[in-house]
Write a protein that binds this ligand. Structure first.
Ligand SMILES: O=C(O)CCC(=O)C(=O)O
Length: 275
């Protein structure tokens, strides 16, 4: 008997239906992207890495709406070889590239998003508002590290919203929730809630896709890991507001607007060179 592979670098057979759904809707759930035992193998290292880099330790009641939505921990890949192997997964990166229809993808950053028991809603927002990336080819992998039910606060997407690009300059918060809720009604975009995620299921959404999530109404932590990718060859976009200046300094260190977005923190994850 051969030992089970746990390296996450093999090829996943994405269906045409999944690719079509992503391009049409701006989001898709890819069932069984990982095997349950693979997620279980990497979970302790990701939790440990997250605990090490967590900086906001205020109790829930002292945080604002955004802070109540989840605990955020960034670039876990820099904490351990196991966390890095998960984030740098060639299987995940290749799926990201195939969904977007590009030949290669780089890492923007990873992010653990843990919605606590009784944690608040994730307000409607567009991720790419934050990102100084001069491309439409950006995508987020969102994969829970535990089986995740709707009651734990899974994402709802405004299907088709990615086609509009920026729908307004709003950072995530009460204002983005109110404004984008109105825009979704105005444009008659369907609100598509995610159904339950078995261990190993993952969703992908485009950088301009509007999304939100309800509160965690359970007593369990909704542990989710995300990896954000952009197409290889992308250039740094305008640093036209403080959030983008912050992101450039944090995730595109050393890269100036107009230059290739290919700093030390942005390795090519697919097709992979040696690491
Ligand atoms: O995990 C959530 O509640 C929201 C996730 C999110 O906004 C994202 O991955 O872009």
């Amino acid at each position: 008997m051969t030992a089970a592979r746990l390296d996450l670098d093999d090829c996943f057979a994405l269906s045409d239906r999944e690719v079509d759904a992503y391009r049409r809707d701006g989001h898709v759930i890819v069932r069984a992207l990982a095997r349950p035992e693979e997620v279980e193998h990497y979970r302790p290292a990701l939790l440990e890495a997250g605990e090490r880099v967590r900086h906001d330790r205020r109790p829930l009641e002292e945080r604002d709406t955004y802070g109540k939505a989840f605990i955020q921990m960034f670039n876990l890949w820099r904490q351990s070889e196991l966390a890095k192997a998960f984030v740098f997964s060639r299987r995940f990166a290749r799926v990201a590239a195939e969904l977007m229809g590009v030949s290669g993808v780089r890492l923007y950053h990873d992010q653990a998003l843990f919605k606590e028991p009784e944690g608040g809603p994730t307000p409607w927002h567009q991720d790419q508002f934050y990102w100084p990336l001069d491309t439409l080819d950006t995508i987020t992998l969102w994969i829970p590290l535990v089986p995740a039910t709707r009651e734990m606060g899974l994402m709802t997407f405004a299907s088709g919203s990615h086609r509009f690009g920026s729908l307004g300059d709003f950072a995530i918060g009460d204002e983005s929730q109110a404004e984008f809720d109105r825009v979704i009604d105005e444009k008659r975009l369907p609100r598509t809630p995610s159904s339950a995620f078995a261990l190993g299921d993952a969703s992908f959404h485009s950088g301009w896709t509007l999304h939100s999530a309800p509160p965690n109404r359970t007593g369990r932590l909704r542990e989710s890991m995300t990896v954000i990718y952009f197409s290889d060859g992308t250039r740094v976009g305008a640093l036209d507001h403080p959030n983008r200046r912050f992101d450039r300094d944090a995730w595109l260190r050393g890269c100036e607007p107009g230059e290739l977005a290919a700093g030390q923190l942005n390795p090519l994850l697919y097709p992979a060179r040696e690491r």
